[in-house]
Every structure is written in structure tokens, then in C-alpha cells.
Design a protein around this ligand. Sequence first.
Ligand code: 5AD
Ligand code: SF4
Length: 466
Amino acid sequence: MTGPRKLYIKSYGCQMNAYDSLRMADMLAPEGFSETNDANDADLVVLNTCHIREKAAEKVYSEIGRLRMMKDEAASAGRKVTIAVAGCVAQAEGAEIMRRAPAVDLVVGPQSYHRLPRLLEQAARGERPVETEFPAEDKFDFLKNPTREKIRARGVSAFLTIQEGCDKFCTFCVVPYTRGAEVSRPVAKILAEALRLADAGIREITVIGQNVNAYHGDGPDGQTWTLARLLRRLADIPGIDRLRYTTSHPRDVDDSLIAMHRDLPELMPQLHLPVQSGSNRILDAMNRRHTRDDYLRVVDRLRSAQPAMAFTSDFIVGFPGETDADFQDTMSLIEDVGFAGSFSFKYSPRPGTPASDMDNQVAESVKTQRLKELQELIDRQLAAFSRNCVGQTLDVLFEKVGRHPGQIVGKSPYLQPVQVMAPPSLIGTIAPVRIDDTGSYSLFGTVAAQDAAEPPRYAPLAAMGA
Ligand code: 5AD
Ligand code: SF4
């Protein structure tokens, strides 16, 4: 162990990376590293990278360029700064990073970050290690647990990884290559982590995985548990009042999971369910293994189980071979569902994936135009969704003080930020809020009188659709 050192972690991409970044910080705390928000102040900089689209990877190289200058300046002042590249770019391009970026001291893939202390020792000897194996041991067995104070200091809502990797092989996607095959963590380990979170005062848990609803973990009873069964057990933990799960594949939404949306008041009536395209031809070329109708049926069944359900999704425009008619199918699916927001992207060819070799690539200008149209439609639906909340009373989990004096901020069941004028003592609690107005992003409301006998308040979505 060495003296106090400063750690700066920059996280790109998905929630899985956000979770991994926290776990890396936990792993390094016993090594004497405390976190800083200022890269200039750091002895160790970790870039936790994302490889999902081309732009994401390019950002990493420009960030390394900036860090190189900082590292050189520190060196001339006699201070050594270590630069580590972690995450999915590290996994996919470890050796290339080392060639392209001499300022980088070590590379570590998403399955190996429990080995960071040893890699740092090697880096200190000038070895420039690249650790991108999928190790035989389970990294979770080697990670260090954060203290209660540290957990709570990170907020009242926490992520918990229950599953990693993906076996679906959508033809556009790098995840099965960077994160590897689907692996579910055992139930007992997940419950132990959830209990620690609850004990520290966490009120909301989002269980995460690249394909979270494909979860099939070993249960303490010798059976294989589904996500539905795991959620039911997590809902029993005292103090855990809100549950969410992300990201789901439409094909793995089974009857038991739909039933949880009917039966568990803790399970929030909101689901991120990527569809990517509304055209059967394109869905087939993407190897999505579901049709447009399969998706619409899943949405209908979830809405029958929980009428307050709201959906968000991911869309890719300009997948190879996508015609105007295919794109119109996507637009009509969006009209049919009525989303409460979505992420949308231009198709970006990823080396090593089947779609990158398809010869019918779509022109950049067409992608740009389609993305614009799609985002305008989604924005109109999002605005309609927010407007529909005005006049409703929604349960809000208060998370922190707001930017203005006397204001606190929390989240609605639909993850909308809600701002109210109320005492900070409400932080960490859930209270009904009457929604008075909407901004472009947040809702504004007033704390309403509480009646403990009342059921959870969700907005009825009758007025949905742009
Ligand atoms: N090009 C564009 N978007 C992509 N996504 C994944 N791979 C690609 C790609 N090659 C999007 C999908 C996925 C989200 C996380 O990123 O919509 O659901
Ligand atoms: Fe990628 Fe498809 Fe797996 Fe999602 S389901 S991670 S898009 S391969």
C-alpha cells in the first residue's frame, strides 16, 4: 500500500459502465486512492470507454490526446500521472490503443478490472500491461465492498449488475464480442449486494445487464431463477421501494415478467424496450429474432397488466438496405406505440460485425434526414407525455437539493426529474407531488398531502400520442 493518491474516472456509454466505474473506485479505495472530480488533480486517470458506435470510440482517442498534455506537464513538475483505459474500447482494441497512444500506461477489459491493483504495480515498473482475457475467475468475487457512507453519498438510487454479456448477435452490435457470452450472477450474491444497499439507505435499485431479462441465475434453492422471481424477492427487502430493470430484449419478455408489472407495486411502470426498427425486413437483417407485431403484442400485454406503463426505446436509422418504406414502417410503429422518449442513432458500421460487411450501406445524408424526422416525432411524443402529467399527482423519490435555494429534486416513476420547493429533510423519501408545470426536461410540482392508504400514484396515459 502507498500513501493517499487521487483517482479520476471518466465513464462513457451505458449504465453498465457507470456501475463498473463505481466498482473500480471501490476496488482502488483500499489501495489508498480517493476520488477527485478534477482530472488535473489526479495521480490515476481511468477512462471507462464505450465501443458501441464509432463516435464513442473516437472520443476516447481525443480524450487521451488531452490527457497526454496534462501528463507531460505533471511530469515536468516531477509528478507521475498514470493513464488507464478500461471498458469496451479497451477490450476490442487494447493492443492498438497501446500502439496509437504511448501516453497510456495500462489497458483493462470489463471482465478483468478486479486485477487493477496488480496492473498498476506492473505499470509502475513501466510494463504497459494489456489485460483483455475473459478470466476463469468471477471478478465479483474479488471486488471490494464500499462502506455504508460511501454508498449513501452516491445517492438514494443505485445500479446493481445481475447479468453481463449477450448471446443474441444482432448483426450491427459489438456487445457479444466486447462483453462476451451471457452470464447471470447467482441469486445469493445479488441479494447480499441488495441488502447492503438497503442497509445504507438506498431506496431504489435498478438491476442492470446487457440483456437483463434473459437473466437465469442459480437460486439458493438449487433452481434457476428468472428475472421475475428475482424482482419479487428484491421487492421484499425492507427499504427498497422502487425497482427497475434495464436493458431488455423484446423476445425475452415472458409471462412471468409481465405479471410482475401487475403484481409488484415496487416495480416502476416504465420500461426501456429497444426495438431498433419497425420494418420486418430490417428486423430480420438485424437478426433481432422478433417481428414488428411481436413487439406491438408485448407492449399491449404489458399495458393490459399495468395500464400506467410508459415505454422508451432505441432506434437505428440507415441500417444497410433500409428503404424509405422501411423507414416509414419505423415511423408508424412509433405512432402506434406512443413513446415517452427514446434514443436514436444513425447506423454506424462496427468492425467485425456482420452488418459492417453488407454491401447496401445507406448514404450519410439519408441517415441524417431520417434521424431528424424520427427525433422530431419522438420529441413531440415526449412533450405530449410530459404535458399529460400536468394536473396529475405522481410519487416522487427525492434525491438531492436543487439549484435554487429552497428547492429539492427527485424522480417520478417515469424517471422525469421533478423540482419542488420543500425542505431537504424529504430527501431519501417518497412523497406524492402534484405536477403544476413542465419545462423542456423537468416537471415542476407541489408536495401534496399524504394518505398512507392510497395506492402508488402513476399518471394515467389516456392522452398519450403526439
Ligand atoms: N450503430 C448504431 N447504433 C447502434 N447501437 C448498437 N450498435 C449500433 C451501431 N452499430 C444502438 C442500438 C442499441 C443502443 C445501445 O445502441 O440502438 O440498442
Ligand atoms: Fe447488442 Fe442485440 Fe445483444 Fe442488445 S441484444 S446487446 S443490440 S447483440
